[in-house]
Design a protein around this ligand. Structure first.
Ligand code: AMP
Length: 220
């Protein structure tokens, strides 16, 4: 099964993608995580991407498409994948179509998570992740069961993303509306989109996404 998860920054894509990968046994491919790994490794790609990410803009299509191309042919993608944060432009959506067509593959579903802009800044302001395993948390909505200790791996160090500042978030929202939202229409014309309300409890949203994925896909 091959899925795309769309939605504004802070709508819960990453959290939901991690849950869906467990439920459906397919791998989460987050271009944001791939870029952050490149930045941490100070690779050529990372050095080019860091300032763009901090400015709330999109890195060049060619750079992202190269990262995804290298990733989808890895053995762990054989059962399928959930694309989280890709595609983000029409050019990326078209490149994805071409990439899949060349492999005789299709997309099964595009899930659009909807959250109002006013809620985004609050939601992003509180988020942090485990420095060791990347598990995602939130100061208000999703705290670790034991304060200061990761539920998933027990680590005690956490990080906050440098691009989660109010100023960068506003820019990321503008970028989303200008460049990414139009691809919902692109996939809508193909009949692939299911929209899900992204407010409410994390588990409820997972349930809605699961139903939307199962409806009319090859999965029973
Ligand atoms: P994310 O973790 O998905 O919020 O991505 C963090 C940042 O990485 C974005 O604000 C962009 O600067 C960059 N980025 C991630 N995915 C893409 C993409 N598909 N195209 C362009 N830039 C991206």
């Amino acid at each position: 099964m091959r899925l795309v998860l769309l939605g504004p920054p802070g709508c819960g894509k990453g959290t939901q993608a991690k849950r869906l990968q467990e439920i459906f046994g397919i791998v989460q491919l987050s271009t944001g995580d791939m870029l952050r790994a490149e930045v941490a490794a100070a690779s050529d790609t990372g050095l080019k991407a860091a300032a763009i990410m901090q400015g709330g803009q999109l890195v060049p299509d060619a750079m992202i498409i190269a990262l995804i191309k290298a990733r989808v042919d890895q053995p762990d993608c054989r059962n399928g994948f959930i694309l989280d944060g890709f595609p983000r432009t029409l050019a990326q959506a078209e490149a994805l179509d071409a990439m899949l067509a060349a492999r005789h593959l299709d997309l099964d579903r595009v899930l659009a998570i909807e959250v109002d802009d006013e809620d985004i800044v609050t939601r992003i302001g509180g988020r942090f992740s485990c420095s060791r395993c990347g598990a995602l948390y939130h100061d208000v909505f999703n705290r670790p069961k034991q304060d200061g200790k990761c539920d998933a791996c027990g680590a005690t160090e956490f990080t906050r993303r440098p691009d989660d500042t109010a100023e960068t978030v506003r820019k990321r929202l503008q970028t989303y509306h200008a460049q990414t939202a139009p691809i919902i229409e692109y996939y809508g014309r193909k009949g692939l989109v299911r929209s899900v309300d992204g407010s409410g409890a994390i588990a409820e949203i997972t349930e809605k996404l699961t139903v939307a994925i199962r409806e009319g896909t090859r999965v029973d």
